[in-house]
Design a protein around this ligand. Structure first.
Ligand SMILES: Cc1ncc(COP(=O)(O)O)c(C=O)c1O
Length: 348
């Protein structure tokens, strides 16, 4: 029998992630807050170093690359891109070349994700932020042309693998989450994730609708504003429906984005986000990163405290990974007081 996802025929897929990931309650924190029971879908456990949300998308993206005969993955992101790091590791695992077009100029010893990119042997092309922002498409096209001229067969993966193909990652992730919820006997009022390029939110929104779960999906924006992400998520869903002939009226799906928690900008976390990161580490032994999950979890807690999310029942946070980004910002974390007022973590 051919594989299906939410009742739809599955496109080519590689099994790369360790699935299903656990769905776990955070009972200590939930008691402390006195609101709904908070659950975490542990997609930070989807692999070891290739962990996080991107591996779910890349199961489909890299399968498509192989179906098209590619031998090199070419993708892009920030210097600390989790997506680029996951692509670099999975490319190495599959014997594919990997080239990364990165935004920003590396200084000093490579840290976090960039260190892992280098460790895998991925070829890194770094550009000043302004040039990257103005010319990303041309840069990718030029590197793809260079690779082709050298006899390679590159497959270009867009930012965050958020496109028609990548949407499948979280449509399948939503089907898994729906099964988790059924097993746990819960029907969460909200499912919350960090939104950086929109693909995770797009897949969750479509997948949970297809799975028949009456839950709101909320994306906490980490960079651009809500209007930008609403357009991006709808565009990815529209492209997915068109490419695969999906009979789901994606234009009618509610795309809910909160942009009040971006702070000073992408990858810039304020003291409140670091407080949340410290709190979760101490109270739950759960690690969040300052770029994505720390901001998103902080936003979710603020919404719960303000009574805008469910006051009782269940809320699910999709932990999309990003741990290595915490190491790259340990100086910022310490300066912001991540260890807490009581001197937690002091060395005696
Ligand atoms: C750790 C982490 N969480 C969340 C996101 C956001 O996911 P998406 O790009 O699908 O919006 C990203 C990447 O952007 C990420 O690296």
């Amino acid at each position: 029998m051919n594989a299906t996802i939410c009742g739809l025929p599955s496109p080519p897929r590689l099994r790369l992630a360790r699935l299903p990931t656990p769905l776990e309650p955070l009972d200590g924190l939930s008691r402390r807050l006195g609101g709904p029971r908070i659950w975490v879908k542990r997609d930070d456990l989807s692999e070891c170093a290739a962990s996080g949300n991107k591996i779910r998308k890349l199961e489909f993206t890299i399968a498509q690359a192989l179906a098209e005969g590619a031998d090199t993955l070419l993708t892009c992101g920030g210097l600390q891109s989790n997506h680029c790091r996951a692509t670099a590791l999975l490319g190495a695992r599959l014997g594919l070349g990997v080239e990364l077009v990165l935004r920003g100029e590396p200084h000093g010893v490579p840290d976090g994700n960039l260190f892992l990119d280098r460790l895998t042997g991925a070829v890194v092309h770094a550009y000043p932020a302004r040039r990257y922002q103005q010319a990303l498409d041309e840069l990718l096209a030029a590197h793809a042309a260079r690779l082709r001229a050298a006899g390679r067969r590159p497959f270009v993966i867009p930012t965050g693998a958020s496109d028609a193909i990548g949407v499948w990652g979280y449509v399948a992730g939503a089907a898994e989450l729906a099964e988790d919820c059924a097993r746990a006997g819960i029907g969460p009022a909200q499912v919350v994730c960090a939104t950086g390029s929109g693909g995770t939110q797009a897949g969750l929104t479509a997948g949970l609708a297809l799975a028949g779960l009456a839950t709101e999906v909320w994306g906490i924006a980490v960079c651009d504003d809500a209007a930008w992400f609403e357009r991006k998520v709808h565009a990815d869903l529209g492209a997915w429906r068109a490419r695969y002939g999906i009979a789901l009226d994606v234009d009618r799906l509610a795309v809910r984005v909160l942009d009040a928690y971006i702070g000073a900008g992408y990858a810039q976390a304020d003291a409140a986000v670091f407080d949340t990161i410290g709190l979760l580490a101490r109270e739950e032994g759960l690690l969040l990163d300052p770029v994505y999950t720390g901001k998103a979890f902080h936003g979710m807690l603020e919404e719960i405290r303000a009574g805008r999310f469910a006051r009782t029942g269940d809320v699910v946070f999709v932990h999309t990974g990003g741990l290595f980004g915490l190491f790259a910002q340990r100086a910022e974390a310490l300066a912001a007081g991540v260890l807490g007022a009581a001197g937690a973590g002091d060395v005696h």
